[in-house]
Design a protein around this ligand. Structure first.
Ligand code: G6P
Length: 469
């Protein structure tokens, strides 16, 4: 089956397993922005998506959903532990997010990472049509570009890195730092979220591998004594704005937003945080600042409620287990101290919700708090902005997110600075409607013009230029 002109390779397939009431199982596409951006392209070209179905020991034959061929890559329970929970999410994830949590370096995890990356590369090499295009995604698969090149020198290879790339002083900790750089350099175009990420990568390439770097181009010596060029630069990702605009305009969703306000006791202001429960997101810092504002008497639970949606994530990794305990302790303390019979300080929800409910929440929220300590982009910030067609609401945004490069009219914060974070929350809570409108209009222009389709087109254009050379 080597006939796919366009192959996406990502750790996860864009599907969820749904088990019916009769116990029968079915796979449904999960509504991610990446799928939405690539779907039209994958249907017009012959497209295939290579990825893990998300559960251990699931062996599935390739299948088709909505005109896309899905090619499942199986992982054993041990590989899930060593490659996914271990090397990807307990070595690379914390290291690349500026060691907010200490990265663990284990040789068995690295071996599993190499082995699983090879399996993904072999699956991609087997389905790609002659002279086709393969687009590899994210930190779980950094060795795949070079592995595919070795198997299929005819295909054009792109790689996009969805998370930050660290400064050289941190990157240098990685015992396998040179192998990872060589893996990434197998791609013709290596995309990052921010200009800074690309610069850090290029510095590592120059310092570790001594390759010649000019602007965004790296000259790589090849086995036959010649050279080839790879390009590394920023392509900031965005969201598929259409479904957010549609949902925000729907009467039932708007009614649901009013119902949410009502059920929280109609506070004057609703603050909102929406994150995967991850130590990179600065949820503790946000809770601390808010708790102090209640303590100081600058805010009162009669007037303000903070809703924190923290969706469960990577629940078998220790750092996540500890984080959950810490957050739930902090939430319990603050609520215990400040709740009244009719009002709660923090409505904490350790659950995931469908997009409709999230849009209703965005519409109900007067202030959106994005206080990540480090984040490749942060799409929640863009989702909030997209839904606010009423030009109301305030986005408080950490300068350590990729989104901060673009969303200049947000209230910017350094989440490590709790006093500054408290000031930012007070600024947001007391902002006049006209100031909100001025800022939100500018934020919306930016998000609506640079949506996920603009992102994927510009990346694929860059790949095309390489192909023509
Ligand atoms: C981040 C990563 C993605 C990852 C997602 C969810 O956004 O960049 O690659 O898929 O988190 O994490 P999970 O471990 O559940 O796939």
């Amino acid at each position: 089956m080597s006939d796919a002109d366009f192959v996406v390779v990502a750790n996860r397939l864009p599907v969820d397993r749904v088990v019916g009431p009769d116990g029968g199982e079915e796979w449904r596409t999960s509504p991610g922005g990446l799928v939405a951006a690539l779907e039209p392209m994958m249907r017009s070209a012959r497209g295939a998506w290579v990825g893990w179905p998300g559960q251990p020991d699931v062996e599935l034959d390739p299948f088709e959903i909505n005109g896309i061929d899905l090619v499942p890559v199986p992982l054993s329970a041990e590989e899930v532990a060593d490659y996914y929970e271990g090397f990807a999410n307990d070595t690379i994830w914390p290291l690349y997010h500026d060691v907010i949590a200490p990265p663990q370096y284990h040789r068995e995890w690295w071996e599993a990472y190499v082995k699983v990356n090879r399996r993904f590369a072999e699956a991609a090499a087997a389905v790609a049509a002659p002279n086709g295009t393969v687009w590899v995604h994210d930190y779980q698969l950094q060795l795949v570009p070079q592995m595919i090149r070795e198997l299929r020198s005819d295909v054009t290879i792109g790689y996009f890195h969805h998370i930050p790339f660290p400064a050289h002083g941190l990157y240098a900790q990685l015992p396998w730092r040179d192998q990872v750089l060589r893996g990434l350099l197998g791609a013709d175009v290596i995309g990052f979220q921010r200009a800074q990420d690309a610069t850090y990568f290029l510095t590592a390439v120059r310092r570790r591998l001594r390759h010649d770097v000019k602007g965004s181009a790296v000259t790589i010596p090849t086995d036959d004594g010649g050279t080839r060029t790879a390009v590394a630069r920023a392509f900031p990702i965005s969201i598929d704005t259409a479904p957010y605009l549609e949902l925000a305009a729907r009467p039932d969703v708007r009614a649901r937003a009013a119902e949410i306000r009502e059920s929280l006791g109609n506070p004057k202001k609703i603050l909102l945080g929406v994150d995967r429960l991850d130590y990179t997101k600065g949820i503790r810092h946000r809770i601390k600042a808010y708790g102090e504002l209640l303590e100081d008497g600058q805010l009162s639970v009669e007037d303000v409620t903070f809703v924190q949606v923290a969706s469960p994530s990577r629940e078998r990794v220790d750092a996540y287990v500890h984080l959950r305990d810490e957050i739930e302790l902090a939430v319990g303390r603050i609520n215990g101290d400040h709740d009244t019979m009719g009002h709660t300080a923090i409505r904490y929800l350790h659950q995931g919700y469908p997009r409709e409910e999230m849009v209703a929440l965005y519409l109900a929220a007067d202030v959106m708090l994005v206080t990540a300590l480090r984040d490749g982009m942060n799409l929640v910030a863009k989702e909030y902005v997209a839904t606010r067609a009423d030009n109301r609401g305030v986005l408080v945004l950490s300068e350590f997110t990729g989104a901060a490069d673009e969303l200049r009219q947000a209230v910017r914060v350094n989440p490590h600075d709790i006093a500054g974070l408290k000031d930012a929350i007070m600024t947001a809570v007391s902002m006049t409607p006209s100031e909100q409108g001025k800022r939100m209009r500018s934020l919306r222009r930016r998000v609506l013009e640079n949506d996920v389709n603009a992102w994927s087109s510009s990346f694929l254009r860059a790949l095309d230029e390489v192909r023509k050379r």
